[in-house]
Write a protein that binds this ligand. Structure first.
Ligand code: ADP
Ligand code: ADP
Length: 226
């Protein structure tokens, strides 16, 4: 578990034609094991903010702190799940999930043990040797979640992870994500354009304004979870 702090994050994109202020002075403190959703109109800087937290992009100014320490590069403690198309089609489910563990040079038997545990956790036991094209969209996204969790991140960053799924699959995966989150005690930052989804999943909802993306409001949710 880890505490995440964003301090005055600003991001400007400078293109040939213009300057775009994508994120404007965002500060946010996320508690350990908290589930936070970020909502706001399209283009308000949600993905940019998540990529900055992940270390995939540098802020123009401001800092990302993890347990008080500034982080600038991507690392395993901040795992990301994207909307789609992130599995490696030439690798089986098992080999997709072991990918990060191979990079960390974890012994092969251990890799397989860890991967199997998370494949089971996302409900795909028995699909270890399947290839992504053999799976439905929902199942592929389960693999992506398993792959991220297998790296044992302290913070899970999710960018519209269920955005490409139909309503029913989405509801199933929302419930499974909640169960996993309760069991694994991860801190989650979840970007969505669905306010319903944010209310259902989160402890707090961060509402961003249209460009330039600022925090408009932070709403605590006091509903009891299922
Ligand atoms: P959201 O996720 O809320 O839809 P984004 O973070 O994707 O918003 O984008 C925020 C703003 O920054 C948008 O106006 C978008 O066009 C712009 N933007 C995002 N990435 C880039 C980039 N690499 N270069 C230039 N502009 C960008
Ligand atoms: P989507 O709606 O995106 O296609 P789902 O994950 O809901 O994705 O799966 C669709 C179908 O795939 C299910 O109706 C089921 O037949 C099969 N399926 C999904 N998960 C499993 C599983 N864990 N075991 C067996 N079959 C599954």
């Amino acid at each position: 578990m880890a505490k995440l702090e964003l301090i005055n994050i600003t991001k400007k994109y400078i293109t040939e034609k213009k300057e775009i202020l994508a994120v404007d002075n965002v500060s946010l403190s996320v508690e350990e094991n908290e589930f936070i959703s970020i909502v706001g109109p399209s283009g308000c800087g949600k993905s940019t903010l998540l990529r900055i937290i992940a270390g995939l992009e540098k802020p123009t100014s401001g800092k990302v702190l993890l347990d008080g320490k500034e982080v600038k590069e991507p690392s395993a403690e901040r795992g990301m799940v994207f909307q789609q198309y992130t599995l490696m089609p030439w690798r089986t489910v098992l080999k997709n999930v072991t990918f990060g563990l191979e990079i960390k040079k974890i012994p092969k038997e251990e890799q397989i043990k860890i991967a199997k545990k998370f494949i089971k956790m996302v409900g795909l036991e028995g699909f270890e040797d399947a290839y992504p094209y053999q799976l439905s969209g929902g199942m592929q996204q389960r693999v992506a979640i398993a792959r991220t969790l297998a790296n044992d991140p302290e913070i899970v960053l999710m960018d519209e992870p269920f955005g490409a799924l139909d309503t029913q699959t989405r509801a199933i995966l929302q419930n499974e994500l909640l169960k996993i989150w309760q069991k694994e005690k991860k801190t989650v930052l979840f970007v969505t354009h669905s306010v319903d989804e944010a209310v259902y999943l989160s402890d707090r909802i961060v509402v961003m304004t249209a460009r330039p993306g600022k925090i408009k409001k932070i709403i605590p949710i006091e509903l009891k979870r299922p």
